[in-house]
Structures are given as C-alpha cells and as structure tokens.
Design a protein around this ligand. Sequence first.
Ligand SMILES: [Zn+2]
Length: 359
Amino acid sequence: MKNHTIKSGVVSGDNYIKLINACKEGGYALPAINVVGTNSINAVMEAAAKNKSDIIIQLSNGGAEFYAGKGMDDSFQAKVLGAVSAAKHVHLLAKHYGICVILHTDHANKKLIPWIEALLDHGEEFYEQTGKPLFSSHMLDLSEEDIDFNLSESARLLERMAKIGMSIEIELGVTGGEEDGVGSDDIDNDKLYTQPEHCMEAYQKLSPIGHFSLAASFGNVHGVYKPGNVILRPEILHNSQKLIEEKLNTKPKPLDLVFHGGSGSEKEKIEEAISYGVFKMNIDTDTQFAFSKPMLNYVETNKKAFMNQIDPEDGTPYKKLYDPRKWLRQCEESMIERINEAFIDLKSKGKSISSTIQQ
Ligand SMILES: [Zn+2]
C-alpha cells in the first residue's frame, strides 16, 4: 500500500494523476464541492478528514468574487484575487487536516478566458516560489462554442498549464441548467448528450499536450428540478471510452470523466457513471441548501437574540446566541452531514491515499 500513498495537502501533477487512477481502479469518485468562503472550505476539509476521504474543493467565478468580497470595486480583480486567496488558504491548511485535496475552478466560458489567464499569471508566480501550481486544474467550458474553437482554445491553455504541473477540465456537449451565470435553461435537447466521436477528437488533440479531464454530457442538469425532465444516459460515457479504446488502442477507460450537476441525481445512475470512469462529481446546489437549512430553526428558537442585544424585560444578555460563530458552526455542521452522504454515494469513504491517514 505504501507506495500508493501521497503526502497530505494540495495535489498536482503526477500526484493528481495518481489520485485519479486510485479512484478509477478502486471504483470510487471524489465529491467536488463549490465553496464561497472559509466556512464552506473548512467544512469541506473537516468532512473529508472525518471520512478519511480525499476531496475536491472548487470555486466558480462568482464564488471567487464573493471570497474576495462583494464590496471590491473591480469585480474582475475580485474574481481573480478571491480565487488566489482561497487557494492559499487551502494550501496552508489542507495538510493539517491530513487529507489530499484537489483544488479546482468551475465553469469558465468564452467571456471568462481572461479570468483563467489571470489565474495562470498568479499560478506561474506561485510555481516559481514553491515548485507547485496554485490550482490542480482549471475548467474551461467552451461547450456552447463550436468544437474546433473549444478544442483549440483548450489546447492553447493546456500548453501553458502543463508547464507548471496543471491539468485542464473541458466540457463537450452542454450540461443543462445554469451554474452561477454560466449556461442556460434553453438549449437543444441533442446538445445535452455528448457525441463519442467528439470525445475521441478531444483525446487525440489534448492528451499529447498534457493531462485533461472531461465533463461529457449525458443528460445531466445543474440544480435540482422536478424529476422526469431529462433522461440520464450514462451509457454515453461507456460508449466514448470504448470508441477511444478500440480506435486508438489505449488502456481501458482512457478518459478521466467528470459528472456535473450531481445534486439530486439518482444513486444508481451515479454508480453506473463511476463504473464508466467518472472520478469527480460536482455538488453545489445540495450543499448550499444544507448550509442554509439550520438557520430557520436557529432563528425561530432564538428569535429574541436577533432583535435585542439584551432582553428588554429581564435584562438577559444575548451575546452568546447572536455571536456569528454560534450559528455559522451549525451551518458548517449541516453542510458536513450532506458531504458525509456524498462520500457514501461515491464510495470514497475510508479510501484516502494520504500517507497521514495510512500511517
Ligand atoms: Zn457544472
């Protein structure tokens, strides 16, 4: 077992690939949880440590902006610096939680290419100082553009990333719904299903440059909606793997696949997708709901403490109840409970390859 372990902390380069292979060989996937601040980041790391599972922490452009502060005048700078700041927070703390963390950014469409490029400026600077990239991987989502543009831009950016031990995640076919302003509810149904030929084209173009992961669409949708709107067809993932395996004579399951819109998905479809080579499942909507949920009960139970600092009748001080740590901790605990569930669904519980956990 020992030679399969890696040091706890943020993983990148060869260790990132080692972790992906451990997932695929072990038949499990890692939850990729969107975060917006230190509360959600720490909750994710705590959940991973408690479950002895490795984890993926990711920021959307909006999440990054929020991390820097909604009050910053220059919102582009906020999106960049918020992501950098969050990444540094994770680099500093992850190793002390004892687990391996993949650091990722979420959907960047054509308009957000400058965001990725600015993050790479910071990533290169960090690499010069530490020998490691800031992020393990960035996602470039040009799925709404034509495939030639999608793949040539992805190749261009991957060239830059590969030099500092980074990977890229691309998207082919469109994930339905909307994630933080990227995407729409109004797309042709056939675009919701990736064509296996396109996956092969991506493999041929990108794998000689560096490592890439692929969000291939199989009817998955962002957000939680009434069931029945879209039919999940994970066999598309299987067909894409098979096509590449047979035509290009590769190892089994050559594609490292990502499942977007994991919130609210049926457990059997998740299991099936993992068996076809999914190592990452994005969860945002469900953990947002979980974080917010305890607030209702807390405020209802402690109503007076949200209206007065001291009870107007008997003078009781309410500081201990309105102290933000008190209710934010309940939000964190509730988010952790939802992530506990994800580790079970994705079968990653107890599977950390961190040497700290293995000792
Ligand atoms: Zn997504």
